[in-house]
Design a protein around this ligand. Structure first.
Ligand code: NAP
Length: 265
């Protein structure tokens, strides 16, 4: 039986790719999409999709679920909408697969408790690209031996949140193995605010935003007389789609929230 999938944010750069991915997938059926404004009755009404894409467009999650009974909601919207979408989906017994970034720790804790209570799978993946997951795993390993680290994440200039979900997730994974330490000179002073980047447990995260970039990250380690750089580049949004499809299948087997793809691959 195919997995019934709904996608929130179908007109977006990631959402549109996810629509094509689910439409092409032999084991999935795109039953509906969620938008926040009236943009047409079905995807076929949008110029960006072919006439054969007949999934209905809803602006209300309750109506969407009642009419189309999805198993999974894939959310690729924005940091303002995603928390509410995830909560509503869980309350309506739909399993969320969330690619949207920008959750607070308190929101993640609350959603984790809700998924546990409902015994429903929920995957929140700040990065669906396998290479990015490996970059984070290798960075965690390297930090055991080289604890001085700076993260430079680089994204297109339409991105709303900074630092990126991947940058924060990388820092969290490094924090698990690294004793807390302040880096740089103890008396260093910023002559322009923000020059040293964001402080995460003594590590610095720098966010670059430029047109032309997609999603890129370098993790830089410094030691006596040596440097190690681990770098990943997503050159287009196809790099994320095998991860989206993998999560849609995996979430059906789960009964709790998982934050980060590295915990399930
Ligand atoms: P985007 O092109 O701006 O797409 C977001 C889409 O969501 C837009 O079409 C937007 O409509 C729509 N939207 C906004 N509020 C909505 C709501 N309440 N309900 C339904 N749709 C809504 O952004 P993107 O580049 O596709 O990225 C989307 C999210 O995925 C971002 O959080 C980004 O950081 C994240 N991301 C994750 C990964 C990953 O691997 N996990 C990779 C890349 C990006 P309007 O344009 O009309 O506002």
């Amino acid at each position: 039986m195919s997995i019934r999938v709904a996608i929130a944010g179908p007109r977006g750069k990631m959402g549109a790719e996810a629509v094509h991915t689910v439409m092409k997938h032999a084991k999935m059926e795109l039953v509906a999409v969620l938008d926040y404004k009236e943009v047409g009755h079905t995807l076929a009404d949008l110029e960006m999709f072919p006439a054969s894409y007949t999934a209905p467009i809803f602006t209300d999650m309750h109506e969407l679920v009642e009419a189309t009974a999805p198993d999974v909601l894939v959310d690729l919207t924005n940091p303002h909408a995603v928390y509410q979408h995830t909560k509503e989906a869980l309350n309506l017994n739909v399993r969320p697969v969330i690619g949207t970034t920008g959750f607070t720790d308190a929101q993640l804790e609350e959603l984790s408790a809700l998924a546990n209570e409902k015994e429903l799978g929920c995957i929140i993946a700040p990065n669906f690209a396998i290479g990015a997951i490996l970059m984070m795993k290798f960075a965690k390993e390297a930090a055991k031996y080289l604890p001085d680290v700076e993260i430079i994440e680089m994204h297109h200039d339409q991105k709303l949140d900074a630092p990126s979900g991947t940058g924060v997730k990388t820092a969290q994974m490094i924090q698990e193995v690294r004793a807390q330490k302040m880096q740089g000179h103890p008396e260093e002073k910023e002559t322009i605010e923000g020059a040293r980047g964001a402080d995460f447990d003594g590590m610095r995260i720098h966010s670059v935003r430029l047109p032309g970039l997609v999603a890129h990250q370098q993790v830089l380690f410094g030691g006596d007389g040596q440097l190690l750089t681990i770098r990943h580049d997503s050159l287009n949004r196809n790099s994320f789609m095998s991860g989206v499809a993998f999560c849609v299948e995996e979430v059906m087997k789960m009964d709790q929230l998982v934050y980060g793809l590295e915990n399930i691959i």
